[in-house]
Design a protein around this ligand. Structure first.
Ligand code: 2NL
Length: 358
């Protein structure tokens, strides 16, 4: 049997020699485990005579205490060293600049339509949508534009193959009015309050006309809806959209086949050379067309014009966006130029700012 002192020296040397926590655990098992060197020695104590057993037993217990103590101490210092090594390995330099990433932009047309929906939505209008390919009835006839009506020529209609239920050639809708015709015909009874934003198409292509453009139209039908409601709604809309509380708004008599009386709406502005300021000055800028819905249009939609009346309005989205955001050239809307979009587009998440509100 080893002398306890020698065993102690040997075991303590092993503890000191363990360089990782795993190694140390192996040393502990080989010394103090069930089949460990010290455990084996202790098991053999029974074979000694009583005097000897007491002396060696005490000595082995001291060895055990010393080895356990040494293991704990070594464990603490190895754990500390491993933590230091890990901190070094996983060091993060929080002063490095963030990696730049590309964020998409909302197209000014989408943004403008969203703003318009927001304003009319708060007034109780709901959004209606309909097909781009329309039949003659919904695009023209129901709107009091019968065949041979001169307004048909002015619309520069795109015709597509195939005929509608009315036997006429189908068209790309020249305005979003057919969406509202469908809304009126679908509904059982007024009140009706809808807006119809979307794409429209006319065979026209120059500096100020695109063959595809956007409109938003709106319409209200109820028993007592009158011109005062029309004026109040559109004045409120113009002021909210351009963000000018006291924006001057005027209604000028006009003509549309689908409204009677009809008017065009101008907003106050000042034009000085190339500079246009909305809200002040003696100049006027046309922004909307509107009127009281023609009784024939109501009847074409199955609405009794002796019981109900209403107003309607329409405007071009591109024109409104150009005025509000200072975009000088219509054609640039459709060029898909990313540099243009980065300049005129909108971030999907509005950056908090003390000016715009957090
Ligand atoms: C304009 C003028 C307007 C309407 C659109 C409308 C729709 C139905 C019935 C009656 Cl279903 N009217 N829409 C009325 C007046 C004017 O638009 O300058 N648009 C760009």
């Amino acid at each position: 049997m080893d002398e306890p002192e020698e065993l102690k020296r040997s075991l303590l040397a092993e503890v000191d020699g363990a360089n990782t926590l795993d190694d140390l655990e192996q040393v502990r098992v080989s010394a103090l485990g069930k089949k460990g060197r010290l455990t084996q020695q202790m098991k053999q104590l029974g074979q000694l005579d009583p005097e000897e057993r007491k002396r060696v037993g005490q000595a082995l217990n001291e060895v055990k205490d010393a080895v356990q103590q040494a293991i704990e101490t070594r464990k603490a210092s190895l754990a500390e060293a491993e933590m230091q090594a890990r901190l070094e390995r996983e060091r993060v330099d929080v002063t490095l600049p963030a990696r730049p990433f590309d964020m998409g932009r909302i197209h000014p047309i989408s943004r403008t339509i969203e703003e318009m929906i927001q304003i009319f939505g708060a007034m109780g209008f709901r959004v209606a949508e309909g097909p781009h390919v329309e039949d003659d009835f919904h695009n023209f006839t129901a709107l009091n534009i019968p065949p041979e009506h001169p307004a048909r020529q002015e619309h520069d209609t795109f015709y597509v193959e195939g005929t509608g239920d009315d036997g006429h050639r189908k068209v790309l809708r020249t305005h979003t009015s057919p969406v509202q015709i469908r809304a009126m015909r679908q509904l059982e009874e007024p009140p009706i309050r809808v807006i119809a934003p979307g794409r429209t198409f006319r065979s026209d292509d120059d500096a100020t006309h695109s063959p595809m453009f956007h409109q938003i139209e709106g319409l209200v039908v109820d028993r007592t809806t009158h011109m005062g409601h029309l004026k109040g709604t559109l004045i409120e809309f113009c002021r909210a959209f351009f963000g000018v509380d006291d924006l001057p708004v005027q209604f000028r008599p006009s003509y549309f086949p689908f409204t009677e009386p009809s008017a065009e709406v101008d907003i106050g502005c000042s034009k000085q050379g190339n500079e246009l300021k909305i809200g002040k000055g003696g100049d006027w800028l046309e922004i909307l067309g509107c009127g009281m819905i023609h009784p024939k249009v109501l009847e074409n939609c199955g609405i009794d014009s002796s019981q109900y009346q209403g107003y309607a309005f329409g405007m071009g989205v591109e024109r409104a966006a150009m005025l509000k955001y200072g975009i000088p050239d219509l054609r640039t809307f459709y060029e898909s130029d990313l540099r243009w979009l980065r300049h005129y587009g909108f971030l999907p998440i509005e950056t908090p700012s003390p000016v715009k509100g957090l």
